[in-house]
Structure formats: structure tokens, C-alpha cells
Design a protein around this ligand. Structure first.
Ligand code: G3H
Ligand code: ZN
Length: 283
């Protein structure tokens, strides 16, 4: 069965490793991710954005994640990524999600706290974990686009207060990474991660994990990051493999002929991330 993030995040915090959130966009993503996690005996999180939810349908999304949990025997959380309202979060929980993110980062601090608290109260009553977000993470993901000048770092004092008042199970804070592929190297504010992670009992979440250098990831985990989100790198690996297969052979018409290499490419990406995050053999 699918589990709440509290099945593995406390251990991640204590032992200083991070659990990967790999976004599910279709069946092949789901298969590639669980395959890699089985190789590594690692817990993981299927992240599902509202856009992906619309694309796959909520019933298929839950059924696929449940099948992966059953097949693998691994602790897997099915997590709503960047949930925009209480209603969407409840809809997901009713359908079988074991975890939700409420992203109130575009509201005022007071409003964000108030709205996140309501989600936490309802979700915890059903054994579902909650992620909150503070500060504005730049870049593009689905329908959410934040340009650089509107991206702003989280204020550590506010983040600590946000945790204390909401009781979230993990906290995403903007520390310099961005969604999508980077144009340059992101400047990650490790001091902000350290300050927040050192003051709260739950892990800090790093969004925009794609394209971040290995060394920066290691440093972020040591500073207190216990959950890292990766979507774009899998999308790129998937599409590159498909493009390569099709451009080399104009007579291909069976989707399995290009989806098989696409899936293998994603498995390789995820396996490498799991090792880098340090969650191998932590299932
Ligand atoms: O919420 C999802 C992740 O933050 C995606 O980040 O676009 O760098 O893979 P990414
Ligand atoms: Zn994100």
C-alpha cells in the first residue's frame, strides 16, 4: 500500500539522506522510477502535478502508483505536487493519495499559514502527510511560471514560524534553485537551508532538482535537505531517447519501439539520483 512521507522522512532527517520525489507523467515514467528504486532498495515519492493529474486522470494515477507499491514492496508515497487549493488536496486524498503539497507561496505569509493549516488539519486526520512552501521558486512547471525577478528567497525566521504554526511534515523553501532546465548554474543558499533545517524537526525540501551539480546536491543534503524533486531531467531523457529512435528510423510505428529506450533512459537518471541522494538501501 502507498504510505505517508512520515514512513521515511524522519529517518532521512536523522541519517542525513534525501528521498527523491520523481514526477509521474505517464505509465512509462511510473515504471521507470519504480524499476530504479527496486534496484536501489530505496523509498521514493511519486510527485503528481495538477497538470499531470489532468493528463493521466486521477483514477489511473492512483491505480498505477498502487500497482508500483504492490509490485515493489517499497515504501512509496503518492504526493500531489504544488497543490493550489484545499479542494484539490481533498480530492486527491479521497482518491487515494498518501501525501499532498499545498503551495501557498504566492499568498501573504499570514494567508499561506492559514490555508496550509487547514490542509494539515484535514490531511493529518486521515494519516496523509503535507508539504508546505515558502518563498517563490523561479522557472516554469506546467501552468506555473515565475520569472527571475519575481523569484524570491525564503526568509529563515518566517520559515521557522511557518513550520511552528502549520505543523507541516516537510517544508519547501526557495533557496535559489528553479524549475525546468537552468540557463546558468543556480546559486544555492546553503546558509538558509542550514538555518531553517537546524531549527525545525522536519526536513527541508529542494524543488528544481534537475540540472543541479552533484556536489551542490551533496552539500544541500548535508545542510538539511531531506526531499529533492526531479521532473525535468526525466522529461529530457525520455524525449531525447524518443527523438533519437525516431530520427534514426523513419519506418517505426510501434510506440513500444521508442518508449522502451525512453523508459530505460529514465531508469538510468533515477538510479543515479537515488545514489546521489543517499537513499539506496533505506527502504
Ligand atoms: O515540483 C517539482 C520539481 O520541483 C521539479 O523540478 O523542473 O528541476 O525537475 P525540476
Ligand atoms: Zn516544484
Amino acid at each position: 500500500a502507498l504510505v505517508s512521507m512520515n514512513e521515511f522522512l524522519p529517518k532521512a532527517k536523522e541519517k542525513q539522506f534525501a528521498v527523491g520525489q520523481f514526477n509521474m507523467n505517464n505509465l512509462e515514467f511510473a515504471q521507470a522510477i519504480v524499476e530504479a528504486a527496486m534496484e536501489e532498495k530505496s523509498p521514493f515519492i511519486y510527485g503528481v502535478s495538477e497538470g499531470a493529474l489532468k493528463y493521466m486522470g486521477i483514477e489511473f494515477t492512483v491505480a498505477i502508483a498502487e500497482a508500483a507499491a504492490k509490485k515493489s514492496g517499497l515504501p512509496i508515497a503518492l504526493h500531489l505536487d504544488h497543490g493550489s487549493s484545499f479542494e484539490v488536496a481533498m480530492k486527491c486524498i479521497r482518491a487515494g493519495f498518501s501525501s499532498v503539497m499545498f503551495d501557498g507561496s504566492h499568498y501573504s505569509l499570514e494567508e499561506n499559514i492559514k490555508l496550509t493549516k487547514e490542509v494539515v488539519k484535514a490531511a493529518h486526520a486521515m494519516g496523509v502527510s503535507v508539504e508546505g512552501e515558502l518563498g517563490t521558486i523561479g522557472g516554469v512547471e506546467d501552468d506555473i511560471s515565475v520569472d527571475e525577478e519575481h523569484a524570491s528567497l525564503a526568509n529563515p525566521e518566517e520559515a521557522i514560524r511557518f513550520y511552528e504554526e502549520t505543523g507541516v511534515d516537510c517544508l519547501a523553501i526557495a533557496v535559489g534553485t528553479a524549475h525546468g532546465m537552468y540557463k546558468g548554474e543556480p546559486k544555492i543558499h546553503f546558509d538558509v537551508i542550514k538555518q531553517v533545517a537546524g531549527a525545525i524537526p522536519v526536513p527541508v525540501v529542494l524543488h528544481g532538482g534537475s540540472g543541479v551539480k552533484d556536489e551542490a546536491i551533496r552539500q544541500a543534503v548535508l545542510a538539511g535537505v531531506g526531499k529533492i524533486n526531479v521532473n525535468t531531467e526525466n522529461q529530457v531523457a525520455c524525449t531525447n531517447a524518443i527523438r533519437e529512435t525516431l530520427s534514426g528510423n523513419a519506418s517505426v510505428y510501434d510506440p513500444r519501439k521508442y518508449l522502451t529506450p525512453a523508459r530505460s533512459a529514465m531508469t538510468a537518471v533515477v538510479q543515479e539520483k537515488i545514489r546521489l541522494f543517499g537513499s539506496s538501501n533505506q527502504a
